[in-house]
Design a protein around this ligand. Structure first.
Ligand code: SF4
Length: 216
């Protein structure tokens, strides 16, 4: 039998989903290695290199062993590996509910319709705003989510402008969250309420529970 394609994988583990509309749901995470971006506040720099080369079949077997229906493929930037799309389809074929966390810097066109895409738009405070691929907004489906991680008022004003100019809340669920240690959660929450923004505020649940521990 022909061997399935290989991907470089940093870690596969079970935890609670820390972000997005499935926050709190027990989930298997498949963290793929590598990212072409360098966000100033990145908390997964350990996934920039290293990892293990696994076939899609081996990844599927490890996911199955962890015994959860929900699977999140994350990184790094998972779409930087060509076989990522095949992995997503294989996981969905196996009956998993699949989400993809992506930076917004690589094309999401033609993603498997069963996959829920959680796509960042990088605000200026990340240092990577020039990498946003704006054409991606045309490929959002109603079950997708767009995430803004905000370091301060300038980022918030930028995100609010993007939200309004592109009618983002009509295209997908929009998530706003603060950069840990830079923007007080209550301050961001107050701004959202004052402006009556059609977004969902979120904190990174896994950080509240476990800090920066790996595999959580
Ligand atoms: S896109 Fe994600 S993994 Fe890549 S540098 Fe930014 S925060 Fe880190």
């Amino acid at each position: 039998m022909k061997e399935s394609k290989r991907l470089r994988v940093s870690e596969i583990f079970a935890s609670l989903q820390g972000e997005s509309t499935t926050v709190g749901v027990p989930t298997v995470f498949v963290r793929l290695t590598g990212c072409p971006l360098r966000c100033r506040w990145c908390d997964t720099a350990y996934a920039f290199s290293g990892g293990e080369r696994l076939t899609i079949d081996e990844i599927l077997a490890r996911v199955s062993d962890l015994g959860l229906p929900e699977v999140c493929v994350t990184g790094g930037e998972p779409l930087a590996q060509a076989a990522c799309r095949e992995l997503l389809a294989t996981l969905a074929d196996a009956g998993h509910r699949v989400s993809l966390e992506t930076s917004g810097a690589l094309s999401i066109a033609g993603l498997d319709p069963r996959v829920r895409c959680v796509m960042d738009l990088k605000a200026p405070g990340s240092g990577e705003a020039d990498k946003n691929l704006w054409d991606n907004l045309d490929h959002l489906r109603p079950h997708d989510e767009v995430k803004f991680v905000l370091a301060g008022r300038a980022d918030y004003d930028w995100a609010k402008d993007v939200l309004e100019r592109h009618g983002l809340a009509r295209r997908a669920t929009v998530l706003f969250s603060p950069v840990t240690g830079e923007l007080a959660p209550s301050t961001l929450a107050d701004w959202i309420v004052a402006d009556r923004l059609p977004v969902r505020f979120q904190l990174q649940l896994h950080k509240i529970l476990w800090g920066d521990a790996r595999g959580k």
